[in-house]
Design a protein around this ligand. Sequence first.
Ligand code: ATP
Ligand code: MG
Length: 363
Amino acid sequence: MRNSYQIAVFPGDGIGPEITAPTVEILQTLADGAADYALHFAEAPAGAGHYRDTGTALPASSLALARASDAILLSAMGLPDVRYPDGTEITPQIDLRMELSLFAGVRPVTLRPGQPGPLTLPPGKTIDFVLIRESTEGLFYTKGRGEVSDTEARETLRITRDTSEKLFRFAFDLAARRKAAGRGKGRVTCVDKANVFRAFVFFRKIFDEEAARHPDLTADHAYVDAMALWMVQRPWDFDVLVTENMFGDILSDLGAGLMGGLGMAPSADIGLDHAVFQPCHGTAPDIAGQGLANPFAMLLSAAMMLDWLGDKHDNAGLRRDGARLRHAVEHVIAEGSALTRDLGGTAGTRAAADAVARALSLP
Ligand code: ATP
Ligand code: MG
């Protein structure tokens, strides 16, 4: 059985390289100690710095490397002072989602024990839901191609049956797996704006078709504005939320806020053949180059990568090490002595990552 996997690594811009280096080291340590799999890392240049230096944000060679790899680990891309001639930011990470048809943006929202969050949870309640953001169409469909004149600007919202079917299938499968693992509530909520837009009536209709195939799961709907309210008022009620690209973009930052900030929020962009694992946060230009960035979102994204590879290739070692890495991060958070400034601590990126590396050897 094949058990050596190539990981394409995009260190990106800003704090990207600072959080990528310790993450790759920790993954290498895990793989070195594993008899049942091996990892091979291949670095791929892309981002705003690369655009400034070469005129290309996502070189064809990096895209080819991503395509040829078993998984893609990406930190963050973009710099405030580097822009395309039309004034938009350099975002090759979004192009990568479109190129590789990574329709399911998976953003777990989890408040771990000891993790400082803005809400006081009622006794017995925890926050543990997954937001799935469609990542290839919706209101991002005309990205970079919107029509702008002196008097008017237009962008197109595009929802296709094909992508929506894949998206909802993914959402219901995830809810079924969470339920089987004793974790979720077996509930999928479609988040839309079907009261105003015909495109979302269509979106909801396709959701209902998939829901009918899962009588064992609860399916319901919510308007996105109401969901923004409920995510703050009763986030413990939700299990799997599935929504359009722009709504998902906004709600995932709200989700990150619920878990104590962007430095805690991991994500995965998953398609039928490829997947990118990347923290929800950006390049944090305000703290870049100072060794202050929180590496936990990146490390938790790397753990999601091991989980996904383990499931895809039915490799118990990868699944075991995905769980080990997640538990090590949870241990460091609960223990509280190696937290970065965004979490109220004083540790730098290195010290926080080293604490996770040490916690890997705990039982
Ligand atoms: P993007 O447009 O790429 O999503 P953004 O404009 O939303 O980026 P971020 O780069 O994510 O912004 O940063 C938002 C804020 O969160 C900044 O104050 C930044 O310092 C902070 N931040 C983001 N990531 C981290 C991290 N890993 N550790 C500490 N602080 C972070
Ligand atoms: Mg952002």
